[in-house]
Design a protein around this ligand. Structure first.
Ligand code: PMP
Length: 399
């Protein structure tokens, strides 16, 4: 018999399943709000002009394709560090930050998780309830038990911070806490600056290991403003982990550009930590691919391209904001009595709309509008052409 005879079919990824159903839908007016991708006002994934310019220069230079160092390119890793910590950071000056180029934010989380498993084999990982759906599976696949801390409160459509804080303050020393640095996926509900200070205090007093997931830097208020959590932890003297993703902020999804940064207590410690992280990488994919990181590094390290990128990033951010306001106003105009103004306060690409699974099902069946059954929609999938239609449909199912 075949060695695969008894292999069971794994459950389908819920979001990819949604995309397949959307692709098969023949209705012309269909809209996919289930995605986790930024689309422009024409419903297309943009190729940023700054990226285009960097790619053109790279193509003209025709560099040889040797291996990268295990940790990736210095120019890239330094660029990432400056975005996260600010270029005047004392941690950077002291050599207290180890950064490696990773295969997207997912790859950064995975390298971090595998390294943490070697460092703290008996630890438990805590993720927000709810969280990005891959967090649990990813840390479980690294061998950790994964539990949750309270986060979203449906009745206020915000964070139940008292419950979150109480939970953090009850965790055992050495517990790993995964925190969304900004633009919480899936809820769009973020912590305030003072709440971040409280989280830092809880991590310090309990001896927790913070792991910040930064997948949307620049999508809420801007590069600097969105680094508030990183800066709060940087000032704390604690050791912590950060995964970065440039999938959205550079619109480079398929190039797999991300980074893992680890803050240590000294330059000497950084050297030892890096040597161990390199072992994790070496036995996994050996070294990162060249192109995406080279493009991001070229943009970050050129004053002109960097400015162009920041302008384009601001354009994406402003367009999402305009869609948030537009949706709320259109729902009002459709005569929806329910207050949807919380959509304007949520940050990043997503909103937990409060739509029930049954309402989401009706959106799909009656209107060809696809959303996640939890009621999560991607605001970046709205545009001036489909906004009115989506608002009419939502009005029809909530009335
Ligand atoms: N973390 C969060 C919170 C995300 O939303 C995502 C992607 N949607 C990732 C990590 C993974 O990013 P990447 O696609 O770069 O692997």
């Amino acid at each position: 018999a075949s060695i695969f005879a008894a292999v069971e079919m794994a459950p389908r990824d819920p979001i990819l399943g949604l995309n397949e159903a959307f692709a098969a839908d023949t209705r012309a007016e269909k809209v996919n709000l289930g995605v986790g991708v930024y689309y422009d006002d024409n419903g297309k994934i943009p190729l940023l002009a700054a990226v285009r310019a960097a790619e053109k220069a790279r193509l003209e230079a025709m560099p040889a394709r040797g291996y990268q160092p295990i940790e990736g390119a210095v120019a890239y890793n330094t660029g990432v560090q400056n975005l996260l910590f600010g270029k005047d950071s004392a941690l950077l000056a002291n050599g207290q930050v180890v950064t490696i180029e990773a295969l997207g934010g997912t790859g950064a989380l995975k390298v971090g998780a595998d390294y943490l498993k070697r460092l703290l084999p008996g630890s438990t990982v805590y993720i927000s309830d709810p969280s990005w759906e891959n967090h649990r599976a990813l840390f479980e696949s690294a061998g950790f038990p994964v539990e949750t801390y309270p986060y979203y409160e449906a009745s206020t459509r915000g964070v139940d911070f008292a419950a979150m804080k109480a939970k953090l303050e009850s965790l055992p020393a050495g517990a790993i806490v995964v925190l969304h640095a900004c633009c919480h996926n899936p809820t769009g509900a973020d912590l305030s600056d003072t709440q971040w200070d409280d989280v830092v205090a809880a991590c310090r007093s309990r001896g927790l290991i913070p792991f910040l997931d930064m997948a949307y830097q620049g999508f809420a208020d801007g590069i600097e403003a969105d680094a508030v959590a990183v800066r709060a932890f940087s000032a704390s003297g604690l050791q912590f982990f950060i995964s970065s993703s440039f999938s959205k902020s550079f619109s480079l999804y398929g190039e797999r550009v991300g980074a893992l940064s680890v803050v240590t207590s000294s330059k000497e410690e950084s050297g030892r930590v890096l040597s161990q992280i390199k072992r994790v990488i070496r036995t996994n994919y050996s070294n990162p691919p060249t192109h995406g990181g080279a493009v991001v590094a070229a943009v970050l390290n050129s004053p002109e391209l960097r400015q162009q990128w920041e302008d384009e990033l601001a354009g994406m951010r402003d367009r999402i904001r305009a869609m948030r306001t537009g949706l709320v106003e259109a729902l009002k105009a459709e005569g929806v009595a329910q207050d949807f103004s919380f959509v304007i306060k949520q940050r990043g690409m997503f909103s937990y709309t409060g739509l029930s699974a049954a309402q989401v099902e009706r959106l799909k069946n009656e209107f060809g509008i696809y959303a996640v059954s939890t009621g999560r929609i991607c605001l970046a999938a709205l545009n001036n052409k489909n906004l009115g239609y989506v608002a009419k449909a939502i009005a029809a199912v909530v009335k």
